[in-house]
Design a protein around this ligand. Structure first.
Ligand code: ADP
Length: 542
């Protein structure tokens, strides 16, 4: 017997329609590339998105065709999120931190018909444009007054605000198949070419519901959300969609991601919830500490994309009264997979145990199932000790990469994440390492994440990175690379002694090297492969 409920497709445009109807006056504030602060309301967003949907039609963009964006977090980018997907074409967010060769590859592979870009990226677009044939137009996301007069794009260059002004705000969002594609995001491809992950309207909506929940990213109409995580990287962890669903105020940082600018914005706009990778928060914390500042409104921050060091959790929670929500996910998962929020019996745990729990990446949100397996594919127990390959499946997990030129990544219906993890009896998953980063010492595994976490607790350590270095006797041993806090005279031996009693003896690194800075990749994460190339033979030459 069939149920007797309405069939309404889950569509991205419905999020905007909801926000316009129920939260029309809620603000969206953006720091613009032009330098000033722009503010408007959800009703303005909705109206301009409809104008842009008409503009896309006039540019000849057909349903299912891809539209690229090369842009910071801001209101025009938000308009494109809804105008493109809502009208039935596919929003393809491009990562401006990628090398021009990779951008050329991605634009051609996706066959983007139009590429929208922030003025910051004009030189990049000029270098890419002669090498790509699929885009007919490039649209500068600015007004007529700020349009570049001298450029190499000829008649392919259009002005965003001209398109908005030239088109009507009357547009009926089409009733699409909920399984049709809504957006496309390429993995950053630290090895090989980037691969495209193609989200559907349905997967996006289900992800939005689940990610907004109190035990997930915990978003509500009373929040002012600052997504520092870029809209060009896995849709800013879904926050633009979530904000529409719950009616939260949105605060976009534009290109100004330094600690000082972020702090100003957080205070000025009374941000309550922010989201970003640990490297960005490092900058914010250093600034706030240097000016002896405090957060007057921010009460929660979501940290993910890389392990959140316990030292960072402590700094936010103890010094600044900002709760840390440690989360794990990946492009292939839209991205939210697990979030570390306490279960009832854990709230009263002693402080040290709660911090140990918060170092874990957390438990599955409803909609994601996970398991760990050994090399033979046999499922491992959830005992907090056994570590194995982490596999997931769920409503918003990819089953195939875009373009049809790759074999399905699935393993018996499960997606292999490339991460090695443990799961404890409460269902809290902890990433031991990415499988390519794990240190194999004498046939046993050492978690580089754990070593980094301990080193980060030393008060004079700014950044700690642990890599597998080849070793004549043990195959690999941990090598610790440290950026010291300014003015620190920390010695290697002192830091090594700090490990005594904090990790098993054989986990202790053999050596510490002090470096000036760590290389950061396109998504704000430490490029361990670069460090391995540079320092991987350190023990071989001793
Ligand atoms: P890439 O970095 O390859 O572009 P993603 O941005 O999708 O791809 O990153 C996904 C990977 O980032 C995960 O597989 C995992 O290794 C790592 N990651 C994400 N969140 C966390 C976290 N909280 N702790 C540790 N690692 C994380």
């Amino acid at each position: 017997m069939q149920g007797l409920m309405m069939q309404q497709p889950l569509l991205v445009a419905s999020l905007l329609m909801h926000a316009e109807r129920h939260h029309s006056d809620r603000e969206i504030v953006s720091r613009r590339v032009e330098g000033d602060i722009h503010r408007y309301r959800y009703q303005d967003l909705a109206q301009r998105a409809r104008r842009m949907a008409n503009a896309l039609e006039s540019l000849g963009v057909a349903r299912g065709e891809r539209v690229g964006t090369l842009a910071w977090n801001g209101y025009r980018h938000m308009e494109l999120y809804f105008a493109v997907s809502g009208s039935g074409s596919v929003l393809h967010t491009l990562n401006p931190r990628l090398h021009a060769d990779q951008l050329v590859y991605i634009i051609e592979h996706a066959q983007d018909r139009v590429v929208f870009f922030d003025l910051t990226f004009l030189p990049l677009i000029e270098s890419v444009a002669p090498r790509v044939t699929s885009p007919i137009f490039f649209v500068a996301m600015t007004d007529r007054a700020h349009m570049p007069s001298d450029h190499a794009l000829g008649s392919r260059l259009l002005c965003y605000e001209d398109l908005i002004e030239g088109h009507s705000a009357d547009f009926d969002w089409p009733l699409l198949d909920e399984n049709s594609a809504s957006s496309l995001c390429y993995t950053s491809g630290t090895t090989g070419n980037p691969k495209g992950v193609l989200y559907s309207h349905r997967s996006t909506l289900l992800h939005t519901y689940a990610a907004a929940l109190p035990d997930s990213l915990n978003c509500s109409a009373r929040d002012a959300i600052l997504p520092v995580v870029p809209m060009f990287h896995v849709n800013a962890w879904g926050l633009p969609y979530i904000a529409c669903m719950v009616g939260a105020k949105l605060v976009f940082p534009g290109p100004a991601l330094d600690g000082k600018s972020l702090y100003q914005l957080i205070e000025q706009e009374q941000v309550t919830l922010s989201a970003g990778v640990p490297t960005v928060w490092q900058g914010l914390l250093s600034h706030v500490e240097s000016v002896e500042g405090s957060f007057s409104s921010m009460r929660r921050t979501i940290i993910g994309g890389a392990p959140c060091p316990t030292a960072m959790t402590t700094a936010f929670q103890e010094r600044h009264h900002v709760d840390v929500l440690h989360a794990w996910g990946m492009t292939e998962l839209s991205p939210v997979g697990t979030v570390c929020s306490f279960k009832a019996h854990q709230t009263a745990l002693p402080e040290a145990e709660r911090y140990a729990l918060q170092a874990k990446q957390g438990r599955s949100v409803f909609g994601i199932d996970m398991k760990i397996v050994d090399v033979a594919g046999k499922e491992l127990p959830w005992d907090g000790c056994a570590a194995g390959d982490l596999l997931v499946r769920g409503h918003w997990v990819t089953h195939e990469y875009f373009g049809g030129d790759y074999a399905s990544p699935l393993n018996d219906g499960w997606f292999p994440t490339g991460d090695v993890a443990k799961i404890d009896p409460d269902g809290f998953m902890q990433i031991v390492d990415r499988s390519k980063d794990v240190i194999k010492s004498g046939g046993e595994w050492i978690s580089s994440a754990d070593i980094e976490n301990v080193a980060g607790l030393h008060p004079e350590v700014a950044t700690a990175v642990c890599i597998a270095a080849r070793h004549p006797k043990w195959d690999e041993r941990p090598l610790l690379l440290i950026v010291k806090k300014p003015g620190s005279a920390l010695e290697a031996q002192e830091l090594l002694t700090f490990f005594d009693g904090r990790v098993a003896k054989w986990w202790k690194p053999e050596a510490v090297l002090f470096i000036d800075a760590v290389p950061i990749g396109a998504t704000g994460k430490v490029l361990k492969n670069k460090l391995r190339e540079q320092y991987g033979d350190y023990y071989m030459s001793l």
